[in-house]
Design a protein around this ligand. Sequence first.
Ligand SMILES: *Cc1c(COP(=O)(O)O)cnc(C)c1O
Length: 513
Amino acid sequence: MKLVSTRDFSQKADLSYALLNPSARGGGLFSPERLPLLSEDFFKQCEDLSYKQIALKIIESFGFDVSSEIFESALRRYDKFENSACPVQIKKLSENAYILELYHGPTLAFKDMALQPFGALLKSIAKARNEKFLIMCATSGDTGPATLEAFADDENIKAVCLYPQGGTSEIQRQQMVKQSAANLKILGVRGNFDDTQRALKSLLADEDFKNELARANLNLSAANSVNFGRILFQIIYYLYASIYFSKHGVLSPEQNLKQSDQCQACGKNFGGAAGANSAQSAKFNTFDVIVPSGNFGNALGAYFAKKMGAKIGKIKIASNANNILTELFTRGIYDLRNRELIRTISPAMDILISSNVERLLSDMFGDARTSELMQSLARDKFYKLDASELAKLREVFEADFCDDTQCAKFIKQESSRGVLIDPHTATCFKLLDESRLNLVISTAKWIKFTPSMIGAIKGRACEDERADMIALSKEFRSDIPPQISRLFSAPQVHSSVVEQSEIKNAIMEWIKK
Ligand SMILES: *Cc1c(COP(=O)(O)O)cnc(C)c1O
């Protein structure tokens, strides 16, 4: 299986190439030529397998040019997650609502789900080719720590992380600036996340920069979700959830039920209920996923999983006050004119230029139309889908957003039931529909955002983050992981904050050292 450019399907690449060169010529992103459709048998067989085994089978179904052995060893990175048998946890929230916790990795955000194996993958490829790499990322808070953690102390790879100064939570910042491995460089950038991501994209396309790196024997790649290597691992947990729900009788078995028996709009079953041999009385054949979204990499994983056969009904896109995706999925308009990025209590979603939407457009409307829409966005800061395109989006997606006040309300509401949800996950709760089966995607542990949690739950300002963190963790019996307690006593290693125009020089100076 090859990957193709979102803007020109004749431009093809192997996975190993796209991992190292994430952006296609002419500005497109690499995305799979087509997605494998997994059979009912495949799903059934997976019910007896572990997460890692399922992941490997799914990856093998793509038929990429990277060997199973390399993938298998990359997936072993999940062994160091909280529960070494399974990196994710599914919990029941209420009668028809479940939560998929994706934050049990080393940096306590869902980014570890992809960046841990992705890091191992790049490491193997670099070693096999006897090449050295500079991996860059721009972060809105969680990609940075997860990237640094994925590459720390690797001898063939140097990693540079750019974060918007003041644009992340204090814990997220400390997770970066207290990294002591010599192969890592962290730069605060004056500006917001969109500025930082733009600076990264222009460096990735900068021939002078690449030549300078080449003289230092370094190839350049990126760890952001523009890299398909990230998306690949973000498809798996949605398929896993589908398998889990079938196995545990939360979803009704498929017998006697054809796709055509299913109402497109509501996902409900009008065929023979749950099938004659079903012991369970499960009411649902599909589940909706609710995804707190920014760069749209996580939600794109859900869309690809649905196309591969996961029993997903609607994919619901939750945003914060930066509700550009709400506008896209409800009105068919992507409009950057007169919009300023708003700083919210869910910083990892403070994004207006949502890179992975391009992969969705390309899958739904083709390369020529994607190219046209992306040109119009670059030129006019605006594009508008036509009515039939919007209708097609809405067959699969719904969207809504929460401002900080609503978000705080949901944090408090869930805390009164003894559950701590972080401010990103909280944006999902507006989209719950108790008449359907819901899966809330939980993207970070609350502990990265103590001041916002205290504001929401106690209605006061946080004066001492450590003291409040300890108090909340006692009250809700949610332990403080060692990687967080360690931060309080660790020294700050990185202190550079630079203008966007100074990034390139700062990196070259560090490399020449
Ligand atoms: C990155 C992130 C998101 C947004 O995910 P995208 O793939 O960029 O849409 C949401 N929540 C948290 C906690 C994150 O770190």
